[in-house]
Ligand binder design. Structure first.
Ligand SMILES: Cc1cc2nc3c(=O)[nH]c(=O)nc-3n(C[C@H](O)[C@H](O)[C@H](O)COP(=O)(O)OP(=O)(O)OC[C@H]3O[C@@H](n4cnc5c(N)ncnc54)[C@H](O)[C@@H]3O)c2cc1C
Length: 458
C-alpha cells in the first residue's frame, strides 16, 4: 500500500481496487470511529471495463439492471447462467465466510471436525475457476471475464480452486470503491488512527530478528539492540520472516528452509508508473486488456515461467475521478502486467526490461486509447518482481504471497498463532486467510483475537 510521489504525480504502488468496503469500515468501527472521518471515498462506475482484441468492451457494473442488459446482448441463456452462477457462488461465499474466513485455526481439531469438513464438501471447490464458470455461461468473453479475477490473488484461473470465483461476485454485490488520494489514503488513515489510540511507529527501521528462547518469544532485534516485549506480531511476508527473521531452523518447526522453498508462490507483477503531459479519454478507472490468447498468457506465467509473449494488461487511471493525482491537464497512469514469480523467472537485466517495455508500449499504443503514449511520458518508474522482493521483502517477489492452492489454504496456510513458539503471531498475505487488502485486514483481526485469547488465559 506504498505510494510514489514523483514529478508532481502520485501513484499507488500496489493495491488499487477497493473491494469489501465494509471490512475497511469495520476496522474503524471496532474502536468506535468512522472511516468517513479519516478519508473520503466514492463508488466506482463502471467498476471495471474489459477489452478483447478489436471487439467492443464489456463494462462491468454493480448495477444489476445494467449488467443483465449487457448479458442479454450476448444471449438470454448466458444472462440466466450468469444469475445462476451468482446465486451458487453466493451460497458458497456464505459458507466460506462462516467456516473459514472469520475463523483461525490453531490445532487440527479446529479444522478436522465434522462441521468444518461438511462445509468443505459443500463448497465443491476442486474444479478450476474457468471450468466451473463454463458450466454456467457459454460466451467465451464472459467466461474469461469472470474467471481471470483469480489472478488478483496470484493464481491461475485454469488451476486455482473454483471458490475464488467469489472475487467477481464480491465486486458485483458489494461494488468497487475509490479512496480519494488513492489506496495509500487508507494506510494514512490507519496510521492516524493508530497514533490517536496511543500507538508508536518506528519508521525506516528494519527488524533483523524475532528473538526466541526456549520456545518463548522475547522480542525483536534491530541491528544490535534487543527490544523486549510480551508479544510479537509480524506482518512481514511469512516465508521471508521464517528464513530471515528466525534464522535458526530448529526454532521454526516444520518451516525449514527446504519446506519454504518447496511451497508454491503466487505470480508477480511488472509495473509502470507513468506521468503523462496530456489527458487521454479513458472512461473507466480500472481497465483490463486481454491477451489474444489468454490461456497461453496464463500458461507462460504459471507453467512455463517465461515472460508472456502476448501479455494481458491492467490499466489504472485514478485521475479519471481524482484531480489530486496529477498536475492540471496531466494524468498518472499505472500499468500492471502479471509475470512469473522469481523462482520461475528472474532474468530481469536492463536489456530484458528495455525490450519488454517496448512490447508493452506497442500494445498500449495499438490496443488502448493511449495511441501516442511514449511521446507524452514525462515521468516514469518501473518496478519488477525484484523491487517487491528487495523493497518489501516479498518472498520470490510474489506479489500476493503464498499461492492459495487447496494445500496452502485454511488449516494448511500458515496460522495466525505460531505453533512453534509462544507469544508470536503472524498476519498478512501469506498467512490465513490470504491475500488482498480486505482479507489481510481480516487476517489481522483473527491475529488480534488469538493474541487476546492467550492474554486472557495468562
Ligand atoms: C501490484 C499489486 C497489486 C495489488 N492489487 C490489489 C488490489 O487491487 N486490491 C487488493 O485488495 N489487494 C491488492 N493487492 C494485494 C495487497 O496489496 C496485499 O495482499 C496486501 O497489501 C498485503 O499486506 P501485508 O500486510 O501482508 O504485506 P505488506 O503490505 O507487504 O506489508 C508488509 C510490510 O512489512 C515491511 N517489512 C518487511 N520486512 C520487514 C522487516 N524486516 N522490518 C520491518 N518491516 C518489514 C514491508 O516493507 C511492508 O511494508 C495487490 C498487491 C500488489 C503487489
Amino acid at each position: 500500500m506504498h505510494q510514489i510521489k514523483k514529478d508532481g504525480f502520485t501513484f499507488d504502488v500496489g493495491p488499487t481496487i477497493v473491494m469489501m468496503l465494509d471490512v475497511f469500515k469495520e476496522l474503524f468501527a471496532d474502536v468506535n470511529r468512522h472511516l468517513e472521518d479519516y478519508l473520503t471515498y466514492e463508488r466506482v462506475e463502471p467498476m471495471l471495463e474489459i477489452f478483447f482484441n478489436d471487439e467492443e468492451s464489456i463494462p462491468f457494473s454493480s448495477d444489476l439492471v445494467l449488467m443483465i442488459k449487457e448479458m442479454e446482448q450476448m444471449s438470454e441463456e448466458d444472462a440466466l447462467g450468469f444469475i445462476e452462477f451468482l446465486a451458487n457462488i453466493y451460497k458458497k461465499y456464505l459458507i466460506a465466510k462462516e467456516a473459514y474466513l472469520t475463523r483461525s485455526f490453531r490445532k487440527p481439531t479446529d479444522f478436522y471436525n465434522l462441521k468444518s469438513l461438511w462445509k468443505g464438501l459443500q463448497l465443491k471447490t476442486f474444479n478450476d475457476a474457468y471450468s466451473e464458470l463454463s458450466k454456467y455461461v457459454k460466451d467465451e468473453r464472459l467466461r474469461k471475464s469472470l474467471a481471470f479475477q483469480t489472478v488478483y490473488i496470484g493464481v491461475s484461473p485454469y488451476q486455482g480452486p473454483s471458490l475464488y470465483t467469489i472475487i467477481p461476485m464480491i465486486e458485483l454485490f458489494y461494488g468497487v470503491h475509490y479512496f480519494h488520494g488513492g489506496m495509500h489514503a487508507f494506510a494514512e488513515a490507519m496510521e492516524k488512527l493508530f497514533l490517536e489510540l496511543g500507538g508508536k511507529i518506528q519508521y525506516q527501521t528494519a527488524v533483523d530478528e524475532i528473538v526466541i528462547e526456549d520456545k518463548q518469544t522475547k522480542g525483536i532485534r534491530v541491528a544490535d539492540r534487543i527490544i523486549e516485549s510480551d508479544y510479537v506480531v509480524c506482518n512481514a511476508d511469512f516465508p521471508y520472516a521464517m528464513k530471515q527473521l528466525i534464522p535458526n531452523e530448529s526454532k521454526r518447526g516444520k518451516y525449514t528452509d527446504k519446506k519454504i522453498d518447496r511451497m508454491e508462490y503466487s505470480c508477480s507483477c511488472l509495473l509502470f508508473y507513468l506521468g503523462v503531459d496530456k489527458t487521454y479519454d479513458l472512461k473507466s478507472m480500472h481497465a483490463i486488456y486481454f491477451a489474444d490468447d489468454f490461456q497461453r498468457n496464463i500458461n507462460d506465467i504459471f507453467e512455463k515461467g517465461i515472460l508472456p509473449a502476448d501479455p494481458s494488461i491492467y490499466l489504472y487511471t485514478p485521475s479519471v475521478v481524482d484531480e489530486s493525482m496529477a498536475p492540471e491537464g496531466m494524468q498518472s497512469i499505472y500499468v500492471l502486467v502479471p509475470v512469473p514469480e522469481l523462482s520461475l523467472y528472474d532474468d530481469w537485466d536492463a536489456n530484458v526490461i528495455v525490450e519488454y517495455r517496448h512490447k508493452i508500449m506497442t500494445i498500449l499504443q495499438t490496443k488502448t486509447p493511449l495511441e501516442d503514449l511514449e511521446s507524452h511520458i514525462i515521468s516514469e518508474t518501473i518496478y519488477t518482481p525484484h523491487d517487491f522482493e528487495n523493497r518489501f521483502n516479498a518472498y520470490n517477489g510474489a506479489t500476493f504471497g503464498l499461492k492459495p492452492t487447496l494445500l496452502q489454504s485454511n488449516y494448511y496456510r500458515p496460522h495466525n498463532k505460531f505453533k512453534y513458539a509462544d507469544s508470536l503471531y503472524f498476519c498478512g498475505s501469506s498467512t490465513h486467510p490470504g491475500a488482498g487488502v480486505p482479507i489481510v485486514l481480516q487476517s489481522a483481526k483473527l491475529t488480534v483475537e488469538e493474541l487476546l485469547r492467550d492474554d486472557r488465559d495468562r
